[in-house]
Design a protein around this ligand. Structure first.
Ligand code: NCD
Length: 306
């Protein structure tokens, strides 16, 4: 039995297979409409979510399966003091696979050790968000045609943004990827990513503060929200929250084929006037998130569709 805790749990070859499967699902959704009949996914969300939880549920429903779960810690026995280890033992009796989001780093990993069903990390604190990374990889590969030979700007809250941490982990495995890390001083990428992932892999990267300085060279700009819920005080958040605002004027500095991705939710960091720019693909990215989660459920449940 396999779990998904980090994007590195799949080899590059396995990832290619998974993304191929997602592209086939996109082309032939009917072929997969009954693949998980009789199976259930439990979505255990101890933290707010719109896309991740609903896309897991939509993915299972598209496969003919069913869903159960909770969408906040308050509405589960966590409010009574139950541990994730106990909760997952219970849920293992009810469902065939589970997606868990938790504010504490490592909570889904703890759950996976006691689970008798596959556990998917749907975001653990400021640590990792592997299924957002699968979504990002599918979006990039489908729209750019490749995952290597890219200059990628990662902009915003690189300190607390778990989507960025997971995406860097995944992308260092592809050839000739150059990162431009765009953040204010206080929200720079943590050392455990800079030293243990980027430096250790001899990865080409540079850090800049001004978005304008990076824009002209990018193939891809990955914008992120300042992670309000991870700040220790409101004042720091208020000071940082509007540090970057991508608008039409800034988009003019970018290449005509530069893609703009965002894991969403967006707050102020992308002006709504950018939404109509054909380079803005963050809403398409949401649709890819459903296909890739369908592919992931099939893969972890070892369901083959011929
Ligand atoms: C992200 C997350 O939860 O980390 N959202 C998502 O799952 N698409 C990004 C964010 O909340 O800023």
């Amino acid at each position: 039995m396999r779990h998904l805790m980090s994007p590195l749990d799949f080899t590059v070859e396995e990832l290619d297979k998974l993304l191929d499967l997602a592209n086939d699902i996109e082309k032939n959704p009917q072929k997969y409409a009954h693949a998980c009949e009789g199976k259930k996914i439990a979505t255990l969300f101890y933290e707010p979510s719109t896309r991740t939880r609903l896309s897991f549920e939509a993915a299972m429903l598209n496969l003919g399966g069913s869903v159960l779960g909770f969408s906040s810690a308050d509405s589960s026995s966590a409010a009574k003091g139950e541990s994730v280890s106990d909760t997952i033992r219970i849920v293992s009796c009810y469902a065939d696979i589970c997606a868990m989001r938790h504010p504490k780093e490592g909570a889904p990993l703890v759950a996976s050790l006691k689970s008798s069903i596959p556990v998917i990390n749907a975001g653990d604190g400021g640590h990792q968000h592997p299924t957002q990374t699968l979504t990002d990889l599918l979006t990039i590969r489908s729209l750019k045609g490749r995952l290597g030979n890219l200059t990628i700007g990662l902009c915003g809250d690189l300190k607390f943004g778990r989507t960025v941490h997971s995406l860097i982990h995944a992308l260092v495995r592809y050839p000739n990827v150059r990162f431009v890390l765009i953040s204010p001083e206080e929200l720079r990428i943590p050392d455990y990513i800079r030293d243990d992932v980027l430096v250790r892999n001899n990865q080409s990267f540079r850090e800049v503060i001004r978005l304008e300085d990076a824009l002209p060279e990018l193939d891809l700009l990955y914008m992120t929200r300042v992670q309000k819920e991870r700040f220790f005080n409101e004042e720091d958040y208020v000071r940082m929250k509007d540090f970057y605002i991508l608008d039409k004027a800034k988009m003019e500095l970018a290449r005509p084929d530069m893609l703009v991705l965002h894991p969403l939710p967006r707050v102020n960091e992308i002006s709504v006037e950018v939404d109509d720019d054909p380079r803005a693909v963050y809403f398409k990215q949401v649709q890819y998130g459903v296909y890739v989660r369908m592919a992931l459920i099939l893969t972890l449940l070892e369901v083959e569709v011929c």
